[in-house]
Design a protein around this ligand. Structure first.
Ligand code: NAD
Length: 362
């Protein structure tokens, strides 16, 4: 090494040590209900961010939430009951939307218009037009728009995606998925059974995890659907079945049960030419069978599950790509529009895609 390079290296090192630490990203969490609690815990574990604002229409809930999660850590986020006041007053880098489904669109739109990154709970929105509009807005503002599905960031789905990418699983010929929950009983009297706030029933709630997981794994959008549903005396779909064919020719069979007696069970099985995979709609389990049907015991999974918030922050900081970008919000909305049309008309419906989906999974 010559003296010049040695000196300049020394200089760089000292200037690096004197450089002030990067400021923390300023986050707001919107919706201090059940799922807000998961996001709060996760956000508190991310050192590169600070939650500077909380918002919930129920002030007492927001204050109690603030006291429970942020007080003990010495944080004092500002508390709001009006999202638009918060967006106008606070200088934010990102918001996390954990509110009833139909509120995601107006809040995401207002945030993106102000140049704020958005991580939305699922479903991102409840109409195709809204999904396309938000994705276009995020692109024009050069801000991130992501959906907080857990499965795509799970170690299990990363393992399966790698098996598919490497060709080890062969071609997926059929996918079978189900979710069974006491959804009708648990959500009775809540916004989830009010179409104005939910946009739909169990198919748009836990069903969203299942449909997104299938499209993410099969790595292809759905082309055609034939759906049936039973509202079981409510205003939204409770039990539903959907037959699908994906753009790549794979077939799919879906059962979404909201009036089950069991508290919760899910499954996604990929039947492929070189083996079979069994997992769950949240990536909560993994079984791998080889081509001869033998179970591969304890498959080695060299990946870590990354919480959606961690992936979102890493993507903002340019360290990672989004595992579930807003584009999946479009795919789900297009699929759901077709599913509900099929339920209403009693006929198979082609899913109306506008994009070309060659490179599908991020
Ligand atoms: N990823 C998952 O596994 C998972 C699990 C549960 C819920 N979710 C999603 O999280 C979101 C919230 O569900 P939840 O179970 O927490 O519901 P919840 O009813 O427990 O909480 C929603 C909160 O939003 C608040 N809210 C309503 N309107 C508001 C507004 N205009 N501004 C601010 N806050 C408002 C309510 O007061 C409530 O505190 C939904 O999109 C749901 O699908 C995801």
């Amino acid at each position: 090494m010559n003296r010049r390079s040695s000196r300049s290296r020394g200089k760089r090192t000292s200037s690096r040590t004197k450089h002030p630490p990067r400021r923390r990203l300023r986050f707001a969490l919107v919706g201090c209900g059940g799922m807000g609690r998961y996001h709060a815990r996760s956000l508190l574990g991310i050192s590169e961010i600070e939650v500077v604002a909380l918002c919930d229409v129920v002030k007492s809930r927001c204050l109690a939430f603030c006291k429970e999660f942020f007080g003990p850590k010495g944080f004092k986020p500002a508390v709001y009951t009006d999202f638009y006041k918060m967006i106008a007053r606070e200088s934010l880098d990102a918001v996390i939307l954990v509110t009833p489904h139909t509120l995601h669109y107006p809040h995401a739109k207002a945030a993106l218009q102000k140049g704020v990154h958005v991580l939305s709970e699922k479903p991102m929105v409840t109409t195709t037009a809204h999904a396309r509009e938000l994705v276009a807005l995020a692109e024009s503002k050069q801000r991130l728009l992501a959906v907080a599905f857990q499965a795509p960031v799970s170690a299990e789905f990363t393992y399966i995606a790698e098996l598919i990418r490497s060709g080890a699983l062969g071609r997926i010929e059929l996918v079978d998925a189900y979710v069974a929950q006491q959804w009708k009983t648990i959500t009775n009297g809540t916004w989830r059974q009010d179409p104005k706030l939910s946009g739909g029933g169990q198919l748009y709630d836990s069903g969203a995890h299942m449909l997104n997981a299938m499209m993410w794994l099969v790595d292809s959008p759905v082309k055609r659907v034939f759906a049936m549903a039973d509202r079981c005396g409510t205003k939204v779909d409770i039990n539903g079945t959907v037959s699908v064919v994906f753009e790549n020719g794979c077939l799919g069979s879906i059962a979404c049960l909201g009036d089950a007696t069991m508290t919760g069970d899910t499954g996604v099985t990929l039947f492929a030419t070189e083996g079979t995979i069994k997992t769950g709609i949240w990536g909560e389990k993994l079984e791998h069978f080889d081509k001869s049907g033998e179970k591969i015991l304890y498959p080695y999974v060299p990946y870590k599950t990354v919480p959606p918030e961690r992936n979102f922050v890493d993507a903002i900081l340019g360290r990672d790509t989004l595992r579930c970008p807003g584009r999946y919000g479009i795919l789900l909305a297009e699929l759901m529009d077709a599913i509900y049309e099929s339920i209403e008309t009693g006929r198979p419906v082609d899913v109306r895609h506008r994009e070309d989906f060659q490179a599908f999974r991020p």
